[in-house]
Design a binder for this molecule. Structure first.
Ligand code: C5P
Length: 483
């Protein structure tokens, strides 16, 4: 059997083992044995020396937002009667898939116990700046930074004064001074303390420093017969405020707008087993559908046969031929924006064979072609239900800009997204695209045509950029770049 020399392990592993074994009060060798046993039993814990996080509980998912990203909070519980609500706050945060590590000030321990906070958070509770177990590697720094947000509840007048003055003489104030994370305070104090000039000064100083406050609320105080402003916000209010800071609402600038998109090729049947098609993958149209949906639009995607999964939250109507596509497009009206990204076959076979065509001695069967309906032109020229903004695509292999400009007029649409699809570009079926946005200056139906050439980018980036233009066009506002 081989033996393992801890000394020879690499530094990261050694540090992890040292921290973990100290935390669990085991020797390093013993800790290695525990880790191996856990691994074998399939109970591997994440490689975080700080806190042994429980396995994530099943994520509450919503169709719109998908799984919630995990987040963690260092919750500093100050010394006040409202501290009992902070125990409930631990549960409210955990319900929202926010992990909580508690720090109790000396005064807080007069109101709630570390044991209660630890049982509810499933984590060790920290109370002492000079705790040899956590401080041998500057535990207060990790408590200050190994989290996404610091919540102080209750935030007493004293704690706020310490923060405003930059004190660091206990674990809570040291964490608050050492952090580079956002801080949320839930003040709780007697109304006279809240209204005291010193507290008012401290509050405005802290707000100027970027600290966020929730509450305090007005109402009866714990002290008999006293009422006013100073009650700590309820646990659910604080948890909601924490969540807003951790997971800021995604802007939905296209909310309330209906966007129709066509994508993919069309298949024009020759007989029951053969068809005329093209090389369109549908990737660009699908990416636009996903981006418009993410911007809050109600999206209807009419797609020809593609090898892509339906984008989440989008109504997808699957079709085969150009005529079916037109039918579904017409059935989807009215819409605010229509984007025609499909590579519709221009022609179809005049009379589709009912049976598979056979080879005969008479030679090749003649394929009589007839023109398909032009969906883009049909919708652009509608008089009653014409969408306010109609966008076409021009996939060209030569004279890209000139062809696209003349298409703008011929089709009667408002914008054309032109791209070079020569085989050398790899655009057809590929993941990148180089496009030019062609439109009339000032949005008028006649006059000078503007050409906006975008650099080469992925089809997702083209989609995001196009949706940003849509937002600007329909709401007059610029879409903030996603942070
Ligand atoms: O005429 P061309 O096929 O180059 O025009 C391309 C634009 O017109 C694209 O936006 C395409 O989706 C649309 N189109 C259409 N119906 C057709 C042919 C093209 O909607 N039958």
């Amino acid at each position: 059997m081989a033996s393992l020399t801890i000394r020879k392990l690499d530094e990261t592993v050694k540090t992890y083992l040292r921290l973990r074994s100290a935390k669990n009060r085991r020797s390093v060798e013993e800790e290695v044995r525990v880790i191996l046993r856990e691994l074998i039993e399939g109970r591997e814990e994440p490689l975080t020396p700080f806190a042994v996080r429980p396995a994530p509980s099943p994520a509450p998912t919503s169709q719109r937002t998908g799984a919630l990203p995990e987040a963690s909070v260092t919750l500093i519980i100050g010394g006040g009667i409202a501290a009992y609500k902070s125990l409930d706050l631990i549960r409210r945060l955990k319900e929202r898939r926010i992990e909580v590590r508690c720090v109790l000030t000396k005064a807080a321990q007069e109101f709630v116990t570390s044991l209660a906070a630890s049982a509810l958070s499933h984590e060790r509770v920290y109370t002492d700046l000079f705790d040899p177990q956590s401080e041998f590697d500057a535990g207060h720094i990790r408590l200050a930074r190994d989290c996404d947000l610091i919540v102080v509840a209750p935030a007493t007048a004293d704690l706020m004064a310490k923060m405003a003055g930059g004190h660091a003489d206990d674990l809570a104030s040291a964490i608050l001074l050492a952090t580079n994370r956002k801080i949320l305070l839930a003040p709780a104090m007697n109304p006279l303390m809240w209204n005291n000039a010193a507290t008012r000064r401290n509050v405005s100083l802290l707000q100027r420093d970027g600290v966020v406050l929730i509450g305090p609320n007005s109402g009866e105080m714990a002290e008999a017969g006293e009422a006013g402003t100073g009650r700590m916000s309820e646990a659910v209010e604080i948890a909601a405020a924490a969540e807003r800071l951790l997971r800021p609402p995604v802007p939905r600038p296209l909310a309330g707008k209906r966007v129709l998109i066509t994508a993919g090729p069309t298949h024009e049947p020759i007989d029951p087993v053969r068809y005329i098609a093209n090389r369109s993958s549908g990737k660009q149209g699908f990416a636009i559908a996903a981006a418009a949906q993410a911007a809050g639009a109600e999206v209807i995607l009419v797609s020809g046969p593609v090898d892509l999964s339906d984008p989440q939250g989008v109504t997808v109507k699957h079709v085969e031929s150009a005529r079916q596509m037109l039918e579904q497009v017409q059935a989807s009206l009215p819409v605010d924006i229509a984007i025609f990204a499909a590579a519709v076959a221009d022609w179809r076979v005049a009379s589709e064979g009912e049976q598979k065509l056979k080879k005969t001695s008479a030679g090749m069967p003649p394929l009589q072609l007839v023109e398909n309906p032009d969906i883009l032109a049909t919708i652009s020229k509608l008089t009653d239900q014409r969408p306010p903004l109609v966008i076409g695509f021009a996939a060209e292999t030569e004279h890209l800009i000139d062809n696209a400009k003349s298409k703008l007029d011929r089709k009667g649409c408002d914008w054309i997204v032109a791209n070079d699809v020569s085989p050398a570009t790899g655009v057809m079926g590929g993941d990148r695209n180089t496009v030019h946005l062609i439109s009339r200056k000032n949005g008028e139906s006649t006059g000078e045509i503007a050409v906006d050439s975008w650099p080469a980018m992925t089809k997702e980036q083209v989609a995001t950029e196009l949706v940003a233009r849509l937002v600007k066009s329909v709401t007059g506002k610029s879409l903030e770049p996603a942070s």
